[in-house]
Design a protein around this ligand. Structure first.
Ligand code: GDP
Ligand code: ZN
Length: 305
């Protein structure tokens, strides 16, 4: 048996990098029958063991235990979770300052998932060149907010090569994943990191591009500037998985610190008297935008048991 890393999964076939080769592989029959919790049992970034078959394809015999993984709620009405990427050193939300303008809600949902799934996280604000004076203030606020919570924050522009240096530094020697809506510049950034990739970029309203995006699966690419990145298709909203209302505040680092201090042990921090978090909000110790995201996410979760 040989070891490899899954680059891409598309239906029944998986592209697996084995040494310097990329092999088309299928799952061993027995593995397909195992009880599934995810819509895809093997994802980009998975470390696998394969055997070579006579026809030149491979068979995945075993998936090694994952260090971590990034899930989202399965789409197209399917139940369960979809694994976007496995064995990740850092997960990045990639957004743009303008065109389209980012939402704090997207970032906070993403960060909740990262906290719940033990993924070191960061935020990339791209299209810095389009920022107005007002946008720059928002960016400053976002930067100090998220940095104070322990997340990495970068502001980039493909038109300002110097702005890409810290990004290159952060990606080097790591496996990272990029998550973000279409049109924020993920493909453009990847092209800037490695011109050989020559990924298609363009206007989201372009019809052919929309078609392309719905069919493109997450895939792992090694970039010239160093490191490997799982590029995921445009994601408008990251559906949360297996997160209950009662534990939500534990995934907001600034709330986690205080959540044991409320009057009621099962406080949801939304209306209860003697809530330490609402007091901290009044005192300016919790950012109102973050608290707003907390309430919105709380509202979207199924009732906790
Ligand atoms: P993706 O859907 O996230 O992969 O986004 P693309 O890479 O296709 O970029 C969408 C559009 O934004 C394209 O027209 C790019 O040229 C443009 N774009 C990407 N990065 C930047 C940037 O830093 N500044 C500006 N002004 N435009 C950018
Ligand atoms: Zn409370």
């Amino acid at each position: 048996m040989e070891s490899g890393r899954v680059i891409q999964s598309a239906g029944k076939w998986y592209k697996v990098r084995v040494g310097n080769d990329v092999m088309d592989c299928r799952l061993r029959g027995k593995m397909r029958l195992q009880k599934k919790t995810a819509t895809n049992p093997v994802a980009a970034g998975d470390l696998v063991e394969i055997t070579r078959l006579d026809d030149g394809t491979g068979q995945i015999e075993r998936v090694q235990p994952r260090k971590n993984y990034l899930p989202r709620q399965a789409t197209h009405g399917r139940r369960g979770e979809q694994v976007l990427a496995a064995n990740i050193d850092r997960a990045w939300a990639v957004l743009s300052i303008q065109n389209p303008a980012f939402r704090f809600g997207f970032i906070d949902r993403f960060l909740v998932t990262c906290e719940a799934y033990d993924l070191p996280a960061g935020v990339i604000f791209n299209k810095k060149d389009l920022a107005s004076k007002n946008d720059l203030n928002t960016l400053d606020h976002a930067r100090s907010l998220y940095q104070s919570l322990g997340y990495s924050v970068l502001a980039t522009s493909i038109h300002q090569p110097d702005s890409l240096n810290s990004l290159k530094e952060e990606l080097k020697d790591r496996v990272s994943v990029f998550i973000g809506p279409s049109g924020v510049g993920k493909s453009s950034l990847l092209n800037a990191l490695d011109p050989n990739l020559d990924l298609r970029t363009g206007d989201i309203s372009d019809y052919s591009r929309k078609g392309q995006h719905t069919t493109t699966a997450a895939r792992l690419v090694a970039v010239q500037s160093g490191g490997e990145i799982v590029d995921t298709p445009g994601i408008r909203e990251l559906g949360l998985v297996h997160i209950s209302a009662s534990e939500l505040s534990l995934y907001f680092p600034e709330m986690k610190r205080l959540s044991g201090d409320c009057k009621y042990y099962n406080c949801t921090h939304s209306h209860e008297p003697g809530c330490r978090l609402m007091e901290a909000l009044e005192q300016g110790l919790i950012d109102p935008e973050r608290y707003n995201s907390y309430l919105q996410i709380l509202d979207s979760l199924p009732e906790s048991e």
